[in-house]
Design a protein. Structure first.
Length: 75
């Protein structure tokens, strides 16, 4: 489950050791990007349009296509 990965990273990101906190922050970013990709794929499978997803993400439809591959990845 995602919480199992995220919670320890959040705790480490707020730690006193700057390098350890930075490392945890980088890993958090990677995990969040992974989760975002999963949710974009799930939204598409449930019928959400690219425009709807772009609005939720606060980016353009073109940026969503560039980041997630648009129709190329749906085949």
């Amino acid at each position: 489950m995602e919480e199992d990965r995220i919670t320890p990273l959040l705790e480490s990101a707020h730690g006193e050791a700057p390098l350890a906190a930075l490392y945890a922050t980088v890993r958090l970013r990677t995990e969040v990007e992974r989760l975002e990709a999963i949710h974009v794929r799930r939204a598409r499978m449930q019928g959400a349009t690219w425009a709807e997803i772009a609005t939720v993400l606060g980016i353009s439809k073109q940026a969503v296509h560039k980041k997630y591959g648009g129709a190329r990845r749906e085949k």
